[in-house]
Structures are given as structure tokens and as C-alpha cells.
Ligand binder design. Sequence first.
Ligand SMILES: Cc1cc2nc3c(=O)[nH]c(=O)nc-3n(C[C@H](O)[C@H](O)[C@H](O)COP(=O)(O)OP(=O)(O)OC[C@H]3O[C@@H](n4cnc5c(N)ncnc54)[C@H](O)[C@@H]3O)c2cc1C
Length: 368
Amino acid sequence: MMKKQYDYVLVGGGLFAGTFAYFATKKGKKCLVIEKRNKLGGNLYCEDVEGIHVHKYGAHIFHTSNRKVWDFVNSLVEFNRYTNSPVANYKGEIYNMPFNMNTFSKMWGVATPKEAKAIIDEQKSAIKGEPKNLEEQAISLVGEDIYRKLIKGYTEKQWGRDCKDLPSFIIKRLPVRYTYDNNYFNDLYQGIPIGGYNVLIEALFDGCDVKLNTDYNQDRETYNALGQKVIYTGALDALYDFCYGPLEYRSLRFESEVLDEENYQGVAVVNYTDRETPYTRVIEHKHFEFGTQTKTVITREYPAEWEEGMEYYYPVNDEKNQELYQKYRKKADEEEKILLGGRLAEYKYYDMDKVIESAFQLVEKELQ
Ligand SMILES: Cc1cc2nc3c(=O)[nH]c(=O)nc-3n(C[C@H](O)[C@H](O)[C@H](O)COP(=O)(O)OP(=O)(O)OC[C@H]3O[C@@H](n4cnc5c(N)ncnc54)[C@H](O)[C@@H]3O)c2cc1C
């Protein structure tokens, strides 16, 4: 067989393809990246507005307990000391998240874990037997007050339905901390790349040829002919022209605004936990990087039903969609030349560190 122009054609310019591209290039392989957007980065891409890195596809905080992943990303760009400590705004009352002693102290005026636990246990006991719906499930885990002020409205906005009409299995666990610890993540390492995620992305794709504004699925044969192998990180149903029907997603809608003030909310993430405020979160991007710009950029996040043409955010993990995915997957597993990877091709919610771990596995298989 004639040697092709490229060793790998990478479909998609996100974190999965970037991690693979980095190691392939290091090994002397030639990669071509085909990206349908007008920029690389996938969900991590940040837009520069007023000198602030605006997370265009949702707020991204890097966190991991995997030392190998942490060392890898830090070898490409230094990370800052950002620690995610969101707050909840319930009708103007501010509470720390995740639920911890700071939250309980504000809610009930208690000072010790014993006092907080006594209140929660007493409220939890209102639910007898198996919880019949999400409301009962949440109360049985954290009690009435936390449920009413911090869970109910937020969850109802997210799902577009009353908590009494939602099944209990949606919430399996609600972490409660009896310590004064506002750090949202339990992972060993977290932070934001200094200079923004685009610095990381540039380092990952360094040395690759890149074709932007190009949808691989519009002309698969041409692009396949350019490479020995194809690594596909796009949506799996699109690869087969939706022949079994479309996989469903949940989406989000973002509304961003530049404000002529230095500091709007004092923290990167505020959750609005009442039902009446139509958005679920407000992100103030500069706080991810301790920005000192004179203006600020905020983004309101609204839950949205996915419709044709919208971004794919969260896969719907129900039986119907999983079965459909498996049908497509079976087809894909028969391909000799096309390998799959990343959140879209695997139809899976993947945090960034997990995507990198998964790309490491492909590197191991393909490049060793
Ligand atoms: C709202 C939101 C918030 C998140 N926040 C966090 C967080 O705080 N921390 C964290 O660790 N993770 C977070 N994640 C997860 C993170 O976004 C993913 O782990 C990561 O983006 C996955 O990288 P990927 O390469 O698999 O996919 P993507 O980033 O989606 O990249 C795939 C790329 O392929 C391109 N593409 C698709 N189809 C084609 C085609 N046919 N032709 C050409 N190009 C194509 C797309 O345009 C895209 O650029 C969040 C995800 C969402 C949805």
C-alpha cells in the first residue's frame, strides 16, 4: 500500500485529539487535524474579551487526582491556584457550596458539626420508607431546609419539571461535609492554565497541519485517503449519517455581557437556586485567573432542550439512548481504519482529566 501523506487524520480539535496529537508528533508521526469550527480547542476554547478569557462553551475548571495527568498538563503550561468555591444565591441569601459547615452555620446559626448533624438528622427523619420521588429522596439525604433553599429550584429549572414529578434515582448522593471547607472538588490537584486554556491547546497541536471550518462528515472519503488512520472525536451518529436516528443531548444556553465595573459578584461561579430566576448560574470569568481588568464579563447559563443546530453538551444517559449508541458502536467497531475517542464519539460525560487518561490509553496502544 502506498504511504499516505499523514500518519493520522484527527477529526476534531479538542482535548482528546490534542493529547493524542502531542504524543504522535513527538514520535515523529505526521498529523492532520480537521475541525469544523473556526478554531481549535473544542469545549475548552476561550475567547478574549476585554483581556478576559471567556469560557465560550461553559466554565471549565481542571481538577484531577491523577499525578501523571497533572504532570502532563503542567509540562505544557503552568496552572494557577484557582480553587473552585462556588456560592449559592437563594433570593439574595448567600450560602457556601458544597454543603458544609459554612452553609449550616449561615442557615441555622450553628457552630459545631454535632449541632448541624442533629438538625439534618431530625429533618431527614421526616421521610419514612423508600423515597417516592426526587423531593423525598433529597430530603432523606440532607433534610428539608437545604432541599428547599438550595436544591429544589435549581433542579426544577434544570429538568423543567417539579421535583415531585422527577424520579428519585436522579439524585443518588448529595455530599455533605461537616467541616468548614468550601473547596468544591475532592481532587488532589486543580487550577486554570495561566494565560488560559488556549495556551494548552496550542501546545498540544504544535507541529500538526490544521484544516479549520471543515466538516469531516461532508467528505469522508477524501479525508480518509489522506491518512493511514483516522481518529474520530465527533458525534458517532453523525459518522453514520444518523442512520438509526439521532442520539439525544441536553443543552445549555449562554448569555454573555460586558459590564463596566471591576467586580460584579466577587467569585467565578454563583448558582441561583430559586425557581423564579430563569438562569441557573452566573459565571464571572475574570475570577478564574484573578483578573484585575477594569471591566468584567459575565455569562448567564440557562438550561435548554436540545434542538437541531445547538451545541451538544450532556449526553442523555437513559436506556433508549444507550441502546442506540450501542448500535452505532457496533458498526464503528467493525471499521479497520477509524478509531474513536472523546466525549462525543463515546457519547459520555467525561471530565478533562478523564479525557486525557483515555487519550493516554490510545497513545499506549497506537504509538508504543
Ligand atoms: C458545559 C460543560 C462544562 C464542563 N466543565 C468542565 C469542568 O469544569 N472540568 C472538566 O474537567 N471538564 C468539564 N467539561 C468536560 C470537557 O468539556 C470535556 O472533557 C472535553 O471538552 C472533552 O474533549 P473532547 O476532545 O472529547 O471533545 P470536544 O471538546 O467536544 O472536541 C471535539 C471537537 O470535534 C469537533 N468536531 C465534531 N464533529 C466534527 C466533524 N464532523 N468534523 C470536524 N470536526 C468535528 C468539534 O467542533 C470539537 O471542536 C465540561 C463540559 C461541558 C459540556
